[in-house]
Design a protein around this ligand. Structure first.
Ligand code: TYD
Length: 205
């Protein structure tokens, strides 16, 4: 079976993290070697950049460029070697997050990102992307309930997350074969079932 690159996306608080573990377990249950990773992060340098991106005040374009710098490192050091070795890669976020947060949320010019994407991963796209879609007001209540101090993104207001959500849904509409939307207002069991069905149907063949 061909190696697969699967990404999980959604606004902060949409609940994707717990579902990623279940998807990885499902893939492993088929005897497939799978690497679980995240963006920004996934490599020692990438995790240092993540720390800065989540907590250090910076210019919006610095933020955008650091996201792609971390991604370049992630691809070179982890994603590309794993796929070349026949492993599957499951990443908590990838380039769709940049279009959603930096273009949708921050309002930066989309054309610039097409050039960066072409530079950093001209020949690679996820085989499957699952977007966890949730009303930002509900997501904000979930985040508040965790009791954890919010990072730079989590501190944004509902209108920011409305724009991020809209950008994600436009990505899904533009590429419906790759990008699937999951209603994240369902119960955890219902969401797990939906994730398993989509991964099984699109990847196990
Ligand atoms: P996230 O992966 O949701 O981590 P956690 O669930 O541990 O908080 O957080 C990463 C943040 O980075 C998230 O708010 C979205 C943001 N982000 C971007 O703005 N652009 C990107 O390209 C990526 C990958 C993430």
């Amino acid at each position: 079976m061909k190696s697969r690159f699967i990404t999980f996306e959604g606004i902060d608080g949409a609940g994707k993290s717990s579902q990623i573990a279940a998807a990885v377990a499902l893939i492993e249950s088929r005897g497939i070697a799978v690497v679980q990773t995240r963006e920004p992060g996934g490599t020692p340098l990438g995790e240092k950049l993540r720390e800065l991106l989540l907590h250090e005040p910076m210019h919006l374009e610095t933020e955008a460029l650091l996201m792609f710098a971390a991604r370049r490192e992630h691809l070179a050091a982890l994603i590309e070697p794993a796929l070349a070795a026949g492993k599957w890669v499951v990443s908590d976020r990838f380039t769709d997050a940049t279009y959603a947060y930096q273009v949708g949320g921050r309002g930066l010019d989309e054309a610039r990102f097409a050039a960066l994407e072409q530079w950093v991963h001209p020949h690679l796209q996820p085989d499957l992307t699952l977007i966890f879609d949730l009303d930002p007001a509900v997501a904000a209540r979930r985040l508040a309930g965790t009791g954890q101090a919010p990072d730079r993104f989590e501190r944004e207001q509902t209108d920011f997350f409305e724009r991020v959500r809209g950008a994600y849904l436009r990505r899904a509409a533009a590429d419906p074969l790759r990008v699937r939307v999951i209603d994240a207002s369902q119960t955890p069991d219902e969401i797990k079932k939906a994730v398993e069905e989509i991964v099984s149907r699109s990847c196990f063949k």
